[in-house]
Design a protein around this ligand. Sequence first.
Ligand code: SF4
Length: 496
Amino acid sequence: MTGLLICTALGIEASAVRRGLAASATGVQVLQTGPGPHRAARTAAGLPGSGALAVVGFGGALDGSLRPGDVLVASEIRFGEQVFPCPSAPLLAGELARAGLPAHLGPLLTCDHVVTGAERGRLAETGARAVDMETGPLAASVAGRPLAALRVIVDTPDAPLLSPATLRGANLARRALHRVGPVLTRWAAAIAPRTVLTASPRSFCAGVERAIEIVELALERHGPPVYVRKQIVHNEHVVRELERRGAVFVDELDEVPSGAVTVFSAHGVAPSVREEAGRRDLRVIDATCPLVAKVHAEARRFAGRGRLVVLIGHAGHEEVEGTLGEVPGSVLVEDVGEVAELPADRPVAYLMQTTLAADEAEEVAAAIRHRFPDAEGPPQDDICYATTNRQAAVRAVADLADLVLVVGSANSSNSQRLVEVAGRRAPAYLIDDPGDIALEWLAGVGTVGLTAGASAPPSLVDAVVTALGGLGAVTVEERRVAEETIRFTLPKEVLR
Ligand code: SF4
């Protein structure tokens, strides 16, 4: 493990951290600097020339939403005119949260005096979330080396220092400090130079880009609120950002006021949903991906020819519900075992959910063809180009990686399939953002494969690379297996 130096200002802070460290934590040193920037600067001048530095201790909240005992992990340290970024902060904050600590991210300000009264409000307006008196000089002394800073909140704007609440705040903070040592040890154990192999294509597909653009244009054109039935695409970050801009996500149409602008998600809807929207006079804008709509059309065509429509897919997925809804009496099969249970009273036609793992879907299709030799399938594979390309790309990086990270939300089918495909070659994990990366996954890992599901924003991939860069030098190499040029036209309702 890279040597870790933990600096605290006060003896009470140092002993709380030491007590929490396992006796076996080798290579970890806890150093007491004394309070204030001048003592911290003197200590900084004598720090060892290598290893990682974590500055830890009590702090004051500037942001009124922070409570005593909360942990502010510095995304950056502001000290006079200087700013020291802490790129691995999201990883540390996520690890602290998994350890049960109330962790927050944000800028930390180092001042040369205790901040009280109206000054707290003025400093909060700069965006800094907490204040201390030692981190800045220490950060300045280790430029280029892995750096972390965290402050456990003692005093807040409504419970300032020397108020009756101070003792309770100090006790909460001391107990929290007691628990940060093991987390910092895992952080230090994850420090290493790495290669990040990015899979390409990755992240947004044409159907997702179109769906998000439809909601954005609907908001621009009609103003908020714009109602969206279900998540427009299966990604928490996308949904939260659109909510911030005025989109209202609902599970069913009875939550939408009559006449309101309503977007159907990229996964498509059953005809019964369209009929209900008509009865409620909703102003519908359909963001169903054209490739999902194509599967709906195939289902109607097969059913019109008297065939039993069998959909290969996952129960409960919105796309599956929409496709099954197109043809009453159609049947879902999830695996090869279910093929034996299909009725044999009619000719069969099969279709696929667009986001399946291609090899597994083909296994089920082969079982259908074996049992029903005259079964018809789609003219072209229903698994869409974006799913196919992302699976091929993640295979290419997983073959070379010690660990694969797939950015995507847990309800994203195509992201889950990427984890499965990669997981046959290397340990693979789904993460919504850098905060989900468990530091123990990274210990001993030299090459990280990185991709993102079709519903995950590219900015999150960049955020993962940046966060890993806070643990040591990162070399990024891309493995491209296909070019994607597909674009879908927008519906007329959002075009001026
Ligand atoms: Fe359309 Fe494929 Fe993207 Fe789904 S993954 S929205 S089917 S392009």
